[in-house]
Design a binder for this molecule. Structure first.
Ligand code: SAM
Length: 194
């Protein structure tokens, strides 16, 4: 069961999982709606976990849109493959997103939906993944991620929201909180310059 696999990895690998539970269905619906994926043809997810966002992306995307998810944890990637039949779950780091886009014949993608625990990353990893994110997006492309409400009070969370996102994107908005999530969280909606 994907949920059990996720909770096992929360205990075993809390630094990369960075959660105390999978995200709620309500958060998944909201983050995918805010990415406005109808009409977008190349979509990417970072950090599938047990697949709660993956399922929602598969439900909302155009039938001919291409999509893959990068999940670094092999046990979670396998659990997500089982719980999201038809979704392409690649066991690799989000840092390598361009490589996987090119393998599909694309230079860039239209939207990236992230479940990564940014505030658990050290500065170097945060910067590398964010640079790869921005580089992988087409002009005007959208990047969405979520952060627990307390995150902006932590040094890495504050740095990410106040310094790094504005340095990379033309527009950064914060939506929420989404109360029906453990813990409640905000969604960050970022757009690359056109
Ligand atoms: C907070 S969990 C989110 C899982 C799911 N999207 C959700 O919202 O419940 C973060 C996920 O990101 C994955 N992850 C962490 N670092 C990663 C990286 N560099 N590249 C890809 N996935 C990564 C973890 O293994 C974990 O599954």
């Amino acid at each position: 069961m994907a949920w059990l696999a996720f909770m096992r990895e929360v205990i075993r690998n809390n630094k990369t999982t960075g959660a105390i539970a999978p995200s709620s269905r309500e958060l998944a619906e909201k983050i995918v709606q805010m990415a406005d994926i109808r009409g977008k043809k190349m979509l990417v997810e970072f950090g599938a976990g047990d697949g709660v966002f993956t399922r929602e992306i598969m439900r909302q995307k155009d039938p001919d849109a291409e999509f893959f998810s990068l999940e670094i944890n092999p046990a979670l990637a396998e659990a997500c493959r089982k719980s999201c039949p038809g979704a392409a779950i690649i066991t690799d780091s989000a840092e390598n997103v361009r490589k996987h886009l090119r393998a599909l014949g694309h230079e860039r993608c239209d939207a990236i939906i992230s479940g990564l625990p940014w505030s658990r990353f050290d500065d170097g990893l945060q910067d590398r993944i964010l640079a790869a994110t921005c580089d992988a997006l087409a002009p005007g492309g959208m990047f969405l991620t979520f952060a627990y409400v307390m995150t902006p009070y932590l040094p890495a969370g504050k740095r990410f929201l106040r310094l790094r996102l504005p340095a990379c994107f033309a527009s950064v908005r914060r939506s929420g909180p989404v109360w029906n999530n453990v813990p409640p969280c905000h969604v960050y909606i970022c757009t690359k310059e056109k």
